[in-house]
Design a protein around this ligand. Structure first.
Ligand code: URA
Length: 441
């Protein structure tokens, strides 16, 4: 087989065979195929696309390019949850212990922040003492006994994706549906769970800006998961505003803990229940989604989910008291308030811009090497659709230095638009996508 022929066939819009796909993924993993040929192929795929079969083969080949985690020795049905990335998205921090309280085993490998979107591992590491690096036996033991354990994704998982992702990042080939779907799903399949729940974000703060593109991505990923024998469901959720009222690592942990304690913003509560219910439904802990929703709402209300979170934090080295007393979490020393310049309604939030502000404040990474400020971020006092009076506080920013807080506040001000009329609110979530239409949650 020759890489030249594979390139030529994809350039002409032909479908690649399974052998051709396995050949270039193997060559990518071993380093035998040079970057210029891989980059040319990525561009050809970006322009010509891939059919469902090719996308599934690419996913499987990338999943098998490294370690395939085996979770079969951990008791229970293991269900994974993945978000395509958002701003203020702390749903895993609530939905994972909540699903555990519903009887699901959550043995989860999560990632760090990517660009302007946050990552679960960075958030959890803002809890003093919490470790996300555990020996496999400890990971299995905590997941098996507590029902939930979240660790950092191993570098050995899907190394071909790691290589291709780095090339895509610098060759303008990130925004390709088959490449995004296979990149995400290769890591999900390698993580070894039995079922997968996907939260596909849509809107200005998401990778996919339109509902149509988000639906297509969700369909592609559900099809890949199902073909691989893993029951998979995807929920399309809105990202035209940040989730909840907090953006930033410790601030988001605090908000998630408040939801687990029965308080906190309604959108975070509703979405967490919906995701945890789908995890319970896929794990057959409830006969249908309606019963699963009732079960999840009850486990949140009666404190069982909070107890799972406290136990997970304790077993992973942190102080479980932070759940009820978040004062123990870091908070940026420098603060600035953003005040409403006029009266009206908070009519638009530039969600991607807000994500970028949180990076400026120190909550995300400007470069791969940047270190995070766990206490940095934004606490909103108002959200999309709220009425505001001139001079009222819209948000407070937190950073480690006055100049960073000043710069972040100036940037944030530009992301919040006050309108004279009340805006129409987008729905929190749009639709569930599953492989068989009649089996929709
Ligand atoms: N996240 C991934 O892991 N890969 C993509 O291609 C996009 C988002």
């Amino acid at each position: 087989m020759h890489m030249y022929d594979i390139l030529n066939r994809k350039r002409l819009g032909k479908a690649l065979s399974r052998e051709e796909i396995e050949y270039f993924v193997q060559g990518c993993t071993t380093g035998d195929i040079p970057d210029y040929q891989l980059s040319a192929l990525l561009m050809a795929i970006c322009i010509q696309g891939m059919n469902q079969e090719e996308t599934a083969w690419l996913t499987m080949a990338m999943a098998r390019s490294g370690e395939m985690a085996d979770l079969s020795h951990i008791p229970g049905v293991k269900v994974d949850k993945h978000s395509t990335g958002g701003v203020g998205d702390k749903i895993t921090l609530v939905a994972a212990p909540l699903a555990a309280a519903c009887g699901v085993t959550v043995a989860k490998m999560s990632g760090r922040g990517l660009g302007y979107t946050g990552g679960t591992i960075d958030k959890l590491e803002s809890i003093p003492g919490f470790t996300t690096q555990l020996p496999p036996e400890t990971f299995a033991d905590i997941a098996g006994t507590v029902g939930v354990c979240i660790v950092s994704q191993s570098g050995e998982l899907a190394p071909a994706d790691k290589k291709l992702y780095a090339l895509r990042d610098v060759t303008a080939t990130v925004e390709s549906l088959p490449l995004i779907a296979s990149s995400i799903m290769s890591k999900k399949l390698a993580a070894g769970n039995d079922c997968i729940v996907l939260d596909v974000k849509t809107g200005d703060g998401a990778f996919m800006k339109t509902l149509e593109d988000s639906r297509a991505l969700a369909r592609a990923m559900v099809s890949i998961g199902t073909r691989a024998g893993k029951p998979t469901a995807a929920l399309i959720t809105d990202m035209n505003r940040p989730l909840g009222m907090a953006v930033g690592n410790a601030l988001e942990v605090e908000e998630a803990c408040r939801v687990l304690c029965g308080e906190g913003p309604e959108d975070v509560r509703r979405l967490s229940i919906e995701v945890a219910a789908a995890m319970a439904w896929l794990a057959q802990k409830a006969p249908d989604m309606e019963t699963a929703r009732t079960l999840a709402a009850e486990k949140l209300r009666d404190g069982s989910a909070r107890e799972r979170m406290e136990e997970m934090i304790r077993r992973q080295g942190g102080d479980p008291k932070v759940v009820r007393h978040p004062e123990g979490l870091p908070q940026g020393r420098a603060k600035r308030q953003i005040l409403a310049a006029s009266s009206g309604w908070l009519g638009a939030m530039d969600t991607q811009g807000i994500g970028r502000c949180s990076v400026l404040l120190g909550a995300g990474r400007e470069t791969k090497e940047s270190s995070l400020d766990y206490g940095a971020g934004i606490r909103f006092a108002k959200t999309l659709g709220d009425s505001v009076k001139q001079g009222e506080v819209l948000a407070t920013v937190y950073a480690s230095t006055d100049s960073m807080a000043e710069e972040g506040a100036k940037a944030l001000e530009k992301c919040l638009k006050i309108t004279e009329t009340q805006p129409e609110l987008p729905p929190l979530f749009y639709d569930w996508i599953t492989e068989e239409h009649e089996k929709r949650p």
